[in-house]
Design a protein around this ligand. Structure first.
Ligand SMILES: [Zn+2]
Length: 217
């Protein structure tokens, strides 16, 4: 299924600027931040990187490039190919089953590329990052991170947001390891508000359409 463009609060297509504003970098791992470029996985998936300018914004926001770089449509497709492979591999690992060989091969091919390398400036106090192929080098970072995640101890801390529409994967680094929401400000508060509305609603009344619309975001 092709993810849709993000929808505004009233369900209409949002302008590109607000799509970028919804980019998320709070999943806790570079590879999970890549997966978070698809929103609402549990409902109608939303593509948060619908075009090359959004991809530039994501690369910059994720800190994978030091300054905006030109990207092509094929490079955007490469990102989506890697994203599908990362999701397949992480999802399989969480469910303790083997991923498809195709997903593993794609992930390995991206991880094989060298990530950006640090270069110390002559003054000895500043670093710049270099890559022969900035986009491919940038994508090597989440690819390598995904391999590290599924083969390391953090796998046990990967959670799926409890909001059925969201299902964003995030790393739970809370002490108790019982975090339920990708973000309290987003899904947590909405779920609380919904639960409160359900408790205070007169008997026999169902949730208002407005309440449903608010959960679209
Ligand atoms: Zn969520």
């Amino acid at each position: 299924m092709q993810p849709q463009r993000d929808a505004g609060p009233d369900g209409t297509a949002a302008p590109a600027g607000s799509v970028v504003a919804r980019l998320r970098f709070d999943a806790g791992r570079p590879c999970l931040n890549l997966l978070a470029t698809i929103g609402r996985r549990g409902a109608t998936p939303v593509e948060r990187v619908p075009a090359t300018p959004d991809f530039v914004a994501w690369l910059t926001g994720a800190g994978l490039v030091q300054a905006p770089v030109p990207v092509s449509e094929p490079e955007l497709q490469q990102m989506r190919r890697l994203r599908d492979a990362v999701y397949a591999v992480v999802d399989a690992a969480r469910c303790t089953r083997a991923p498809t060989p195709g997903a593993v091969a794609v992930l390995n091919s991206f991880a094989a590329h060298p990530p950006p390398s640090p270069r110390l400036a002559v003054g000895g106090r500043t670093v710049t990052w270099h890559s022969d192929d900035p986009v491919r080098g940038a994508l090597a970072v989440p690819a390598r991170d995904a391999i590290d995640l599924v083969t390391g101890p953090d796998l046990a801390r990967v959670r799926e947001c409890a909001a059925p529409e969201c299902r964003m994967l995030f790393l739970d680094s809370s002490r108790g390891g019982r975090r339920r929401w990708c973000s309290m400000a987003r899904c947590g508060n909405r779920a609380k508000a919904r639960a409160h509305a359900a408790r205070t609603r007169p008997p026999g009344r169902t949730a208002s359409p407005r309440g449903a619309a608010e959960f679209q975001r």
